[in-house]
Design a binder for this molecule. Sequence first.
Ligand SMILES: Nc1ncnc2c1ncn2[C@@H]1O[C@H](COP(=O)(O)OP(=O)(O)OP(=O)(O)O)[C@@H](O)[C@H]1O
Ligand SMILES: [Mg+2]
Length: 300
Amino acid sequence: MILCENLVKIYKTAETEVLALQGLDLEVPTGQLMATIGNSGSGKSTLLNILGGLDVPSAGKVVVNGTDILRLGKRDLVEYRRKTIGFVWQNSARNLIPYLTALENIELPMQIAGGRKRAWAKELLDMVGLSDRAGSRLDQLSGGEQQRVAITIALANNPPLILADEPTGAVDTHTTEAIMKIFRRLNTELGVTIVIVTHDRHLSRAVDRVVAIRDGKTSSEFLRRHSYREVYEHDAQTGAELFPDADATHEEFVLVDRVGWLQLPKDEMRKLGIQPNSRLRVREENGRLIIEPVDDRTEE
Ligand SMILES: Nc1ncnc2c1ncn2[C@@H]1O[C@H](COP(=O)(O)OP(=O)(O)OP(=O)(O)O)[C@@H](O)[C@H]1O
Ligand SMILES: [Mg+2]
């Protein structure tokens, strides 16, 4: 669904240049529910805006759903944003019109794209558990309910890809879990690919895959050892919590890029007392690569 190669984004202002993405590579298979985590300023929103056709990279390649989006003309780009992508933001007010009802809010983007489909709108509201609030004005709904309406709006035109920038940033833990379950349901039942940007490492429990971005590059991956279905079935059988402890179900990986650069996790460097710009000894042992700090004072 997504292929990004060597994405670079430089923001130029009068005084400075900010390197927001520094050669980011990312591949997301169709049907994946994935999260992108990273510190503030690491380039997460920049990536999402590029994927959504709202911004263009300074260099690199972006293919979404088989389309090289950097080659799209103006008209095709508008079409792409409308039909291929559904956006969800932290602040749902950005998507919604307060004096319209939930149902009217969902029908609006359908109308813009050329066709109101009341049955689909109702089905979407049902999927997010809001069928009984269809006739309520948006400003009469809670923040979490508004966010659920925002999710249905993102799906109004049946896009294959949902991009969600901190969709749970403004709601409590309970609502966060409810929203993550909705994303999972939409992912399983509609087969929609979902990319969620978050600060919240705990959300990683509820997705298939987590990619960490550091300094504008994908730096490490946390892959689920168990599929969601396994976890779900386990939970159903044992009645245990739906989202088990993140550390128990995730393993951190480091990626090697095409030319062999390897970025060591900062925590590990700290633990081993590895200083930046220091020499490390690398040796192979029984199919493992061993990397160890070298004490420069005693060596050579
Ligand atoms: N329009 C812009 N003009 C100049 N610099 C920008 C612009 N947008 C983002 N930046 C800079 O690019 C870098 C990446 O920003 P981005 O918004 O992608 O980070 P982020 O990971 O989404 O952060 P957060 O978690 O705080 O939302 C930051 O250093 C930011 O200051
Ligand atoms: Mg951001």
